[in-house]
Design a protein around this ligand. Structure first.
Ligand code: AKG
Ligand code: FE2
Length: 236
């Protein structure tokens, strides 16, 4: 199925409900096995595709590595980024309003990118990540400047239980004056998760309050795990 139809076929009402309730949602199958294979293979396909490579251990980010795509993005990544943004912008606007924030997000991703670019955030942020045995990704937030879209997406490109074990995608939620809550998001190959980048609203008995989210990946116990990360704001 083509990517556009694949996206339209997902249960977006359920995804929105899960995002509102837990700050994360499994979006269901987004890429087929061939598409996953092709994207994973890009990792070693030549450095001109990428603007930078990060070896996580060198920065204390964890273990494993990732590469940010250079402009122009691979067409399938650019298409996915634009189409996912359009689906998530209404959620972003609802969250912003619920948290009493003035920021509103345009319906069109190009328009949001223009806002990033005008503020000096011009570097593309979609990335491929690669983890081998013993690798992990410490809890973090992908903030790269003043402008940040409040949701992002990760697509699992490797088959869990087959080509790798461990390496679960995890989120933590830090609530005001309370202990943190952890959530594991189980993904199959080709499935995507959408999740909060930083803050999200939680409905309390006396109105909404704001929680802080972080995400990471638990230790890969065997094999190799690839993911595609789609962040909607560009970087300074
Ligand atoms: O590899 C993962 O599942 C997480 C990747 C990540 O941190 C991201 O896409 O921002
Ligand atoms: Fe991340």
């Amino acid at each position: 199925m083509a990517m556009k139809e694949q996206l339209a076929a997902l249960d977006w009402a359920a995804a929105e409900a899960s995002l509102d309730q837990a700050g994360a949602a499994v979006l269901g199958p987004l890429l087929d096995a061939d598409e996953c294979q092709r994207l994973s293979a890009l990792y070693d396909s030549g450095e001109e595709r990428f603007r930078s490579r990060v070896v996580m251990a060198r920065h204390g980010f964890g273990r494993g590595e990732y590469k940010y795509f250079a402009d122009p993005l691979p067409p399938e990544v650019a298409a996915l980024r634009g189409a996912l943004y359009a689906r998530l912008a209404p959620v972003a606007n609802r969250w912003s309003e619920a948290m009493g924030l003035p920021t509103r997000y345009p319906a069109d991703h190009a328009e949001f990118l223009a806002r990033c670019h005008a503020a000096g955030q011009t570097k593309p942020t979609p990335l491929l990540l690669r983890y081998g045995p013993g690798d992990y990704n410490c809890l973090h937030q992908d903030l790269y400047g003043e402008h940040a879209f409040p949701l992002q997406v990760v697509v699992l490109l490797s088959a869990p239980g087959e080509v790798f074990e461990g390496g679960e995608f995890v989120l933590t939620e830090q609530r005001p004056r309370m202990q943190s809550r952890a959530e594991v998001v189980p993904l199959r190959r080709g499935e995507a998760a959408a999740f909060a980048v930083n803050h999200r609203p939680v409905q309390g008995t006396r109105g909404a309050y704001r929680v802080t989210m972080r995400h990471g990946v638990s230790r890969v116990r065997r094999g190799e795990r690839h993911t595609l990360g789609i962040i909607f704001h560009d970087a300074a």
